[in-house]
Design a protein around this ligand. Structure first.
Ligand code: 3H9
Length: 704
């Protein structure tokens, strides 16, 4: 049963009981209507309490039902809310923990609302590429005022319940907020019954939010201001502007017309590729934390104390993650000077955050106090997790892990931040390979959301479960990767860069390639990115590749650039020219000439390459390698690959990641394009992943 119905001395209590978050799926909706009708028909019932069991009042409409027949099957959420609002007996929504989206819209249909403090109240639909579609854009402005409501609707951000109480209550709330009639410190269920008895004794009709007026001295001006601000940031997302349109429709034309307009917008938005992509990312993030053969009840190890080896940019950034979550960190370096520099950089980072007003000065000192700098491995003996962030060379890792094996306590997790090396080889340097795992953070490690968790062949399940849980605590999106060169992200990006370089040989210039892929939505094209990271880094990796894969065909054009010392921004020039103190990438005549003469030497005929070809070759290179990664079981599902690219590589969120994008284009078309490129110069770089052809033949995609 998705809804429970009980009565308590003249009060009917309808309790949503649809774990995990009381989503308003069809059976829950039907249960609510049934409950309201039952209460109407029971003469002993004078009032109705609507509440939620478990960890939410309601997390909103059931997103999994979107674009399925269930979403529109009666009773729809509109019908449910109309039934609640139309009840002759007063309905009191009693809210705790979470009231989001349709959950809040349902509560807005009730005659009264009471809440426990600390409940998260939000209309987060915009984060899913849609707008509140069950009256939220109409009732919230009437409940809490135009400005506060528009802020909530357009940002989707949660507001604590105590901030939304009527002025004059124990929790005064926002100046014009009239969302909650009471904010209850004690037992919410008891308070709801008492409140219900009080209002149940009153004669009707009971107040409806829809009947309130939206009062604002200059509503049109404010709406225009909001529209201008949103247009600048919402570029590729239609949702936020539609939210404003819907609120405006209600202000100008009244509740019913506003509601109808909102409904039309919802139906249109829920079918957009942007909404599909955002929902894919929502579920992809949650799915990534689930590992097929590691049950969710796997016991985890206690992580109370962390150690980080290496206080450079990476090590310092990694340490900050744990400190931010209140976990003490022992930071180890080999030399005092490097240690002091590392701790100094962490302090500077926090000072910058304080300056921006995002951290209180006293919190800075509290965080710094969680760091214990040391030069001695003996100080790591109490650590529950040790993350190594030293130089990326197997010999160096060997020394570190052998030493860790001597000093770390039994059961400590030993993690390597390697971005390419073989985690199994690293684990073999210890006598406890089951405790070794890869934790590949992305730079800057205190900012980037992605954490690739590399599972070695012997990594214990409880180690994986522990690291995944910890990742959530330090607010990372963790994705599990098997062992292979470059893991998921870097293995794929190599093929992307390979194509970018071939295209320079064949006729493109760096600025054209970057512009085309940035227009597609990438945060930064491959050449600007390489100039930022340092071209010497890729050069070092390629040199290793040439030895390991002598048969693999690479363009040597980037080596030519590096031979001239143009390593990127740090040397004042790379693929582009840079001016002192200016990060703008200026197309470089010297480089463009170098590229043209390189083509001549290589006997490559330069031709005009279209932007469409650039995008296809770059993105399908990712897709093709992603497919191979899935075939080999390096990633367990396509959405994991998408999460890596959305959170670590600047792939446009509104396209949902490379694998979802391939599904959107259709694998049949992806296959045809790859076969076409494979038959052209440098076509040997395209070895079609068999699964693309297999899925295309079945008319399927990576995501079903
Ligand atoms: C809407 O309401 C539209 C209406 O305006 C109009 C309709 C006509 N549906 O996040 P968690 C699942 S749109 C289906 O790990 P937490 C989630 O996938 C909706 N499933 O928990 C996960 O499943 P699994 C507007 C949902 O405690 C499990 O619940 N609402 C939904 O960290 C636990 O989730 C939103 O956008 C849902 N609505 O956080 C709210 N919500 O265990 C979206 C959750 O299989 N939800 N699940 O992986 C959230 O923000 C968080 O889940 C919440 C709980 C804060 C509620």
């Amino acid at each position: 049963m998705a809804v429970d119905y009980t009565t308590h001395d003249g009060v009917a209590v309808i309790t949503l009981n649809n774990p995990p978050v009381n989503g308003l799926g069809l059976s829950t909706r039907a249960g609510i209507v049934e409950g309201i009708e039952r209460a109407q028909n029971d003469p002993a019932v004078k009032a109705i309490v609507l509440t939620g069991a478990g960890k939410a009042f309601s997390g909103g409409a059931d997103i999994t039902e979107f674009n399925t027949p269930k979403a529109t099957q009666e009773p729809t959420l509109h019908t449910v809310i109309k039934t609640v609002e139309g009840s002759a007996k007063p309905v009191i929504a009693a809210i705790h923990s979470v009231a989001m989206g349709g959950g809040l819209e349902l509560a807005l249909g009730a005659h009264y609302r009471i809440a426990a403090p600390g409940a998260q109240i939000a209309l987060p639909e915009v984060k899913l590429g849609i707008l509140p579609g069950a009256g939220g854009t109409q009732r919230l402005p009437r409940a809490i005022g135009l400005e506060a409501a528009l802020n909530m609707i357009v940002s989707g951000a949660p507001v604590m319940s105590e901030k939304l109480a009527h002025p004059g209550l124990a929790h005064p709330g926002l100046a014009d907020s009239g969302l909650f009639d009471e904010v209850v410190e004690g037992d919410l269920a008891e308070a709801a019954l008492a409140f219900a008895r009080k209002v149940g004794a009153k004669a009707g009709p009971h107040p409806k939010v829809r009947d309130r007026k939206i009062e604002h001295p200059n509503a049109a001006g404010f709406i225009q201001f909001a529209r201008n601000s949103v247009a600048a940031v919402a570029k590729n997302f239609p949702g936020p502007l539609k939210c404003i349109d819907a609120v405006e429709a209600g202000v100008q034309n009244g509740f019913d017309k506003g509601l109808a307009f909102e409904r039309d917008c919802f139906i249109a938005l829920v079918q957009t590729p942007e909404s599909h992509a955002l929902r894919h990312a929502f579920f992809g993030e949650r799915a990534a934390s689930k590992i097929p053969d590691v049950p969710s009840d796997t016991p985890v190890r206690d992580i109370k104390q962390v150690a980080v080896i290496g206080a450079g940019t990476m090590g310092g950034g990694i340490a900050m993650n744990f400190i931010n979550a209140g976990i003490p960190v022992t930071l180890l370096e080999t030399k005092q000077e490097a240690l002091d520099r590392g701790v100094g950089t962490i302090r500077k980072n926090y000072e910058a955050t304080v300056k921006k007003g995002k951290l209180k000065p006293e919190a800075l000192e509290q965080r710094m106090a969680l760091i214990t700098p040391t030069l001695s491995y003996d100080d790591l003996k109490n650590a529950d997790l040790i993350v190594e962030a030293v130089f990326e060379e197997l010999g160096v890792k060997e020394q570190v892990f052998k030493r860790l094996d001597e000093v770390a306590k039994p059961g400590a997790i030993l993690a390597s931040n390697t971005s390419t090396l073989d985690v199994d080889k690293i684990a073999a340097f210890t006598k406890r390979p089951q405790d070794v795992v890869g934790m590949h953070f992305f730079s800057p490690a205190n900012v980037m959301k992605l954490l690739e968790v590399v599972r070695g062949k012997d990594t214990a399940k409880d180690v994986l479960a522990t690291v995944m849980k910890l990742a959530k605590k330090i607010k990372k999106t963790a994705v599990v990767s098997g062992v292979c060169d470059g893991f998921i992200g870097n293995r794929m990006i190599e093929q992307y860069i390979r194509q970018a370089l071939f295209m320079l040989e064949e006729g493109a210039l760096p600025a054209q390639v970057d512009k085309a892929i940035e227009k597609f939505g990438f945060a930064m094209g491959p050449f600007r990115m390489s100039d930022l990271a340092g071209n010497d880094i890729g050069w070092a990796i390629r040199k290793r590749r040439y030895q390991e894969h002598p048969d693999m065909h690479y363009s040597k054009i980037a080596d030519r650039l590096c031979e001239t010392g143009r390593f990127g921004q740090k040397t004042g020039g790379g693929w582009y020219d840079y001016k002192a103190g200016d990060r703008t990438a200026y197309p470089s005549k010297v480089v463009d000439e170098m590229i043209t003469s390189f083509s001549k030497e290589a006997n490559a005929e330069r031709r005009k390459i279209s932007d469409e070809e650039i995008v296809e070759r770059l993105v399908f290179a990712l897709v093709n390698e992603g497919a191979k990664i899935l075939e080999e079981g390096i990633a367990s599902k396509a959405s994991d690959i998408d999460m890596v690219y959305l959170t670590g590589y600047g792939f446009p969120l509104y396209r949902g990641g490379p694998m979802l994008y391939a599904d959107t284009v259709g694998l049949y078309n992806v296959e045809r394009a790859i076969r076409r490129y494979a038959s052209r110069p440098n076509g040997d770089a395209w070895q079609l992943a068999p699964s693309i052809a297999e899925l295309a033949a079945k008319g399927r995609g990576f995501n079903g």
